[in-house]
Design a protein around this ligand. Structure first.
Ligand code: RIB
Length: 308
């Protein structure tokens, strides 16, 4: 997966305004928790990944997004544009997507999404793929659109990247159109029906599969080779969007011809930095911050299967 041509990354996906309440812990079913301060942050998996691709990854980034004609849309557009993302906005007759996030003092979260306008993204909304090297998608958009976009990208010779989040069981023919699959352990198990990570990885034949492991780093399987990237030691404040920062930074690096092993390391570093700050998009570091962080942690090894 190292010989990848450079180009622009197109993110097709969701944007939500995150309504965040901090509390001692995430409530169990039926429990009410008295929280503390309430804040809104720009979020949504697609938009978070686009911001990470542009800001942390420094890649030329476009995003296809559906927003309502309301005040929430304005702050989402502003956040994306401030990061340098070129927008293709579908104005929907629905309210802009929102997400309700309970953020615990241990940096864990529980999220409920009201997708609203995000569900208006249709297969035919995909813009021209001319000049696009990678199409990055998630599962907060209608599945039929994700499938159609992946098919169009495949036909155009664009590398298809799917972050299969939120967790969903996907038809095999959908997975067959994915060049790079990025999942966490829960999503991997849901996707394959196999709970052992190694067995699940063995069941997938995508050219590249990346499994993010939270505080344990990540594992990747690409063209018969296996990589393991350790996590960086940090004090997490907010893990909301950490996986999105990983995805965006990772694809940005690949789009600039960075070798897979180094792309995993950059993405892990950006994700670690994002966990030290509040807010899904507000927490995404700048590329220079990722460079400085990596320079301070330059000895961190990236291990292949031979050294595990
Ligand atoms: O991955 C984190 C994101 O999931 C949040 O920003 C929220 O909007 C939901 O889409």
């Amino acid at each position: 997966m190292n010989a990848i041509r450079q180009g622009t990354v197109l993110v097709a996906g969701s944007a939500n305004l995150d309504f965040v309440v901090r509390a001692s812990h995430v409530p169990a079913p039926g429990e009410t928790v008295l929280g503390r301060e309430f804040t809104t942050f720009p979020g949504g998996k697609g938009a978070n990944q686009a911001v990470a691709c542009a800001r942390a990854g420094g890649a030329s980034t476009r995003m296809l997004v559906a927003l309502g004609d309301d005040a929430h849309a304005m702050s989402l557009e502003a956040s994306l544009r401030a990061a340098g993302v070129e927008l293709i906005v579908m104005r929907a007759n629905e309210s802009t997507g929102v997400a309700f996030v309970c953020l615990s003092d241990t940096a864990e979260n529980a999220i409920t999404v009201a997708p609203g306008a995000n569900l208006a993204l249709q297969p035919h909304h995909l813009p021209s793929l001319s000049g696009i090297s990678h199409l990055l998608m998630q599962l907060e958009s209608p599945l039929e659109s994700v499938i159609a976009w992946a098919r169009s990208a495949r036909e155009a010779g664009v590398i298809t990247v799917l972050n299969a989040a939120p967790a969903l069981a996907l038809p095999c023919d959908v997975l067959a159109m994915v060049d790079i699959l990025i999942v966490n352990e829960t999503e991997l198990a849901q996707l394959t029906g196999i709970h052992d990570m190694d067995a699940a990885l063995a069941a997938l034949d995508n050219p590249c599969v990346v499994v993010t492991l939270g505080a344990r780093g990540c594992v990747a399987q690409a063209d018969g080779e296996r990589f393991e990237q350790s996590a960086f030691a940090i004090e997490p404040v907010d893990t909301t969007g950490a996986g999105d920062t990983f995805c965006g930074t990772f694809v940005a690096a690949l789009s600039q011809g960075v070798p897979l092993a180094d792309a995993l390391q950059r993405a892990t570093a950006a994700s670690a930095l994002a966990c030290t700050r509040l807010g899904a998009q507000a927490g995404v570091p700048a590329r220079a911050e990722v460079d400085a962080f990596l320079a301070r942690h330059a000895n961190l090894p990236l291990r292949t299967a031979d050294t595990l």
